[in-house]
Design a protein around this ligand. Structure first.
Ligand code: FAD
Length: 330
């Protein structure tokens, strides 16, 4: 700690980890973010595909109820990183469409859902393709090691912002936190991304699906900043169907999700021009904790995520903010 700055490691570059990292960076800490994948976003994911196609295959949209999150959303909208999605929503039951009132403003990242995380990560030191495997205590320091055995450095404070089961695995050095986190369940979600050479003619842009293995379908190309792209659909299976089919191979999964899509929409199947699937093993925490974040001040180890504060983008953001405030107040 040569320059006197507190050294902070944040594990995970989803919205909770980046909000926490940015808050601590702004309060003067030396922050390093570690992310196992190649980019930011976590479950606010955007998949690029050939011919300029993009799919938001994780979080679909977000709402803002808390004033602090609403203020951040206004900032993103002004910066062009987010916009309201005015898609026509409905419920869909075996081809029967019932339209839904526009009861709240639904926002999306522009041009993809990961735009918000890119904004939060600007100026932060982020090390991608680095999966943290262990956090070991040495005096007041936390020593991090990657899954390939690399020494990732020593930190005064370590923040874990991964889904709960992955956080529990990382927290052997903090048994009290680990015990609390262990019991937090997370449900899976199996997703398909489909595009078609011509419009399907469906009268809606997003649908909550009933009486199906699916729970949601959305015309990704109806979201702002995705106009002009080929007709692109994201299909999500419901939690029970997903958890039951979680171990299917992609080759087995894709045709099943595609046929559920045709069944739900009531359309005659046509061949997609692009089709792929994605497995979210830890998608949604159905019973989040009510702590907002957890921090063991003696150990200097904290956790945040949607499973602490509410199972959506806003909850994850508020959890990251709360953890940054706890640490900054030390
Ligand atoms: P994550 O986004 O999961 O971030 C954790 C990060 O940690 C990931 O980037 C991961 O790669 C990384 N990581 C994990 N382990 C390690 C490790 N050992 N080392 C380094 N990095 C690691 N919310 C809404 O508000 N509206 C929606 O419509 C909506 N729909 C959803 C649909 C799906 C299919 C899914 C999956 C989620 C949806 N959500 C929705 C929930 C929303 O996406 C999450 O609440 C939010 O993105 C969680 O952010 P987070 O930072 O807590 O976690």
């Amino acid at each position: 700690m040569g320059d006197g700055k507190r050294r902070v490691a944040v594990i995970g570059a989803g919205i909770s980890g980046l909000t926490c990292a940015r808050g601590l960076f702004q309060s003067g800490a030396a922050v390093t973010v570690f992310e196992k994948s190649r980019g930011v976003g976590g479950r606010m994911a955007t998949r690029r595909a050939p011919e300029g196609l993009r799919f938001d295959h994780g979080a679909q949209y977000f709402t803002a109820r808390d004033e602090r999150f609403a203020a951040e959303v206004r900032r993103w909208v002004e910066a062009g990183a987010a916009a309201p999605w005015l898609g026509r929503l409905c419920t869909l039951t075996r081809g029967r469409v019932e339209s839904k009132d526009r009861d709240q403003t639904r926002y999306v990242g522009v041009p993809g859902m990961n735009a918000l995380c890119k904004d939060l990560a600007a100026g932060l030191e982020t090390r991608f393709s680095t999966r943290v495997e262990t956090i070991e205590l040495e005096g007041s320091q936390k020593n991090l090691t990657s899954d390939d055995g690399a020494d990732l450095g020593a930190y005064d404070v370590a923040m874990v912002s991964t889904p709960a089961p992955q956080a529990a695995d990382l927290l052997t050095a903090a048994p009290t936190l680990r015990e609390k986190i262990r019991g937090v369940p997370m449900q899976g979600c199996l997703a398909a991304m489909l595009s078609f050479g011509r419009p399907l003619g469906l009268e809606f842009d997003g649908a909550f699906v009933h009486e199906s293995g699916l729970s949601w379908v959305a015309r990704n190309s109806s979201k702002p900043g995705r106009e002009g792209a080929a007709e692109a659909w994201v299909v999500h299976a419901g939690p029970e169907w997903s958890d039951e089919q979680m171990e299917l191979t992609p080759e087995q999964l894709l045709p099943r999700l595609t046929s559920l899509f045709w069944e739900a929409t009531g359309l005659e199947p046509v061949e997609p021009t692009y089709a792929t699937s994605h497995r979210w093993r830890y998608a949604i925490p159905p019973e989040p904790l009510s702590d907002r974040c957890l921090f063991d001040a003696e150990l200097g180890i904290g956790v945040c995520g949607d499973w602490c504060a509410g199972p959506r983008v806003e909850g994850a953001y508020l959890s990251g903010l709360a953890l940054a405030e706890r640490v900054a107040a030390l």
